[in-house]
Design a protein around this ligand. Structure first.
Ligand SMILES: [Ca+2]
Ligand SMILES: [Ca+2]
Ligand SMILES: [Ca+2]
Length: 238
């Protein structure tokens, strides 16, 4: 019984308030926010969870491919290879910053859920306003990128005042729009699931980690079926 109230997956350290990378992510998000959002309600996103989960799971093959020594995590060297093969242009420093930002349990390895968060951050950061015309695909993975776009769009929807963070009040407002009676409680609960470092605001990275858990890609989940055909559980209901 101490001050460190435990959520089971809480990291043992507190996230630095604002790293250079955090600032870059916030800027990229705020730039994106000027374009608005197509998301109408949080419920419409919840309905997409199975599809998002499915799209993440397809990414497992990419993860395994880059986990060259098959130890279940991508180390710094493997990540550099990964960026190289995906033709994501980044400096060594950027790659290291991303690695550190996403290796939340600091075991020097990027697990699958951390990998998804990392790729989504890259997706946002590669939205280059200086590009003469937007490339068709930022990372050569169009279907995954459209899922990432949904996540970015959801964050834009939640961040009502476009400051790059989601506050508790914004979460309550967003969920209240669904008009359900219990929505206030649900909003607080969702918010607490997201606000990992308990500082009262949620940045995009925290949002992404919460999201991977919501759709079912937890850090607990390591069993892996090498069978790629079991992806139809989100399919049509008759
Ligand atoms: Ca590895
Ligand atoms: Ca905000
Ligand atoms: Ca926070």
């Amino acid at each position: 019984m101490g001050a460190a109230v435990g959520r089971p997956e809480s990291p043992t350290h507190v996230w630095a308030p604002e790293t250079k990378l955090d600032a870059k992510i916030k800027e990229a998000m705020q730039r994106r926010e000027t374009l608005g959002t197509a998301v109408k309600s949080f419920n419409t996103i919840i309905l997409k969870f199975p599809k998002i989960d499915q799209s993440f799971r397809k990414c497992k093959a990419i993860f395994q491919q880059f986990d060259e020594d098959s130890n279940g995590a991508i180390d710094q060297q493997e990540l550099k290879q990964c960026f190289h093969k995906l033709e994501i242009s980044s400096t060594e420093e950027e790659i290291n910053d991303l690695f550190q930002a996403c290796d939340i349990n600091e075991d020097m390895g990027i697990k699958f859920n951390e990998f998804i968060v990392l790729l989504c951050l890259v997706y946002l950061l590669k939205d280059d306003p200086a590009a003469p015309q937007p490339p068709k695909s930022r990372m050569g993975m169009p279907s995954l990128e459209s899922t990432f776009e949904t996540l970015v769009d959801t964050f834009v929807f939640l961040d009502k005042n476009n400051d790059g963070y989601v506050s508790k009040a914004e979460m309550v407002q967003a969920i209240n729009e669904s008009g359900e009676r219990s929505s206030g409680r649900i909003a607080i609960k969702r918010f607490e699931e997201m606000d990992w470092d308990n500082n009262g605001t949620v940045n995009f990275k925290e949002f992404l980690f919460a999201f991977t858990r919501w759709v079912g890609i937890g850090d607990v989940e390591d069993e892996e079926d090498d069978d790629h055909d079991d992806l139809d559980r989100g399919g049509e209901k008759v």
